[in-house]
Write a protein that binds this ligand. Sequence first.
Ligand code: ADP
Length: 399
Amino acid sequence: MLVLVINSGSSSLKYQVRDVSAHEHEAGVLAEGLIERIGVGNGGGGDGEPIGPRDHAEALELVDARLHEVLGDRTVDAVGHRVVHGGERFAEPVLVDHEITRAIERLNPLAPLHNPANVLGIRAIAEKWPTMPQVAVFDTAFHRSIPEHAWRYAVPDWLYSRHGIRRYGFHGTSHQYVAHRAAQLLGIPEEEFDGVILHLGNGASATAIQGGKSVDTSMGFTPLEGLVMGTRSGDIDPSILVFLGRQGMNPDEIDALLNRESGLKALAGSNDMRSVVEAAESGDEAARTALAVASYRLAKYVGAYHVAVGGAHAVVFTAGIGENSGAFRALVAERLGALGVELDDALNAERSKEPRVISAPGSAIPLLVVPTDEERAIAEATATVVERASAGSQPVGSA
Ligand code: ADP
């Protein structure tokens, strides 16, 4: 089965075509690309700036043209969408129909930047290929198993009942995929795997896994909570927001400050971990402090989640930083010494695309590196949902 995986943003559309029948060791990627500047740059056009497609429908025409070139006679069998927010309703990927599309739209207030764009992507596909099965795969779904003591904020109930203010968590597709691969690597059945997954990319989150399920995660009501990220602050005292409001900053300014101007960028002047590590190695004090703040915060979460899961079988690094930055992994590992964690420097320095162990044989908790592959996870989930539907249990709807 060929699955077109779509990640649509407000002005961009990222796509990949995966052959789901490819074997484990093959990537199965037949085509991929990114369409940018959707609905942007059509005003003047005389400044040499490329003119982007007018809307998501026009962007899809560009994707279709490229797919014809690459795939020839083969055609896409289904489309899988990365949808950021599934609220409290969606605990699994679902086949999209009118009602599902409207349900995703109703969640717009919880993810104002992302869900509207996801809906545009779904509608554009439905217009162009009305009989194409579409599946929504939610970033929040894997975290629906988090118990109330972990998802509830200690605030008056109307915040939850009226506004849906609770912890949801994100990066779920990645955490689920990586937990699955980590259990495989350790030879533990997935439903018996307890561990801590560290997804460290531009956005970063840690998830506590117990019995193969998410029981806590560091991102909360929005992706801002938790770890120090590329440009996000992660945890701060909420009174700081009140303070800034009283100083005259408006909500949009505070939002931009904490989501786009904070994190590594604020501490070290760059949100690129490579540059921060290089700067720290050549003696830059601010970069050293940034690494110390980020690795300390992360180690605290690992300690907390080790407790949450009743003793982790493994701590697993993934995503851009987790997979590639041996230097940052070493800083975190050092802080985990109190738990009996011991890194193997040679294994940590190896570069590989394969899941692997990087701790010493005597380490009380093994440290693993497991590359994530969200597109693959979305393609496989899409194929499973479509196959189940065509086996008769659910009618194939169009959005
Ligand atoms: P996104 O959340 O945008 O998908 P990624 O998972 O691609 O992000 O991670 C981006 C981060 O990974 C950046 O901080 C980048 O510096 C870091 N990174 C990527 N490659 C390396 C590398 N070889 N060494 C250190 N850091 C790296």
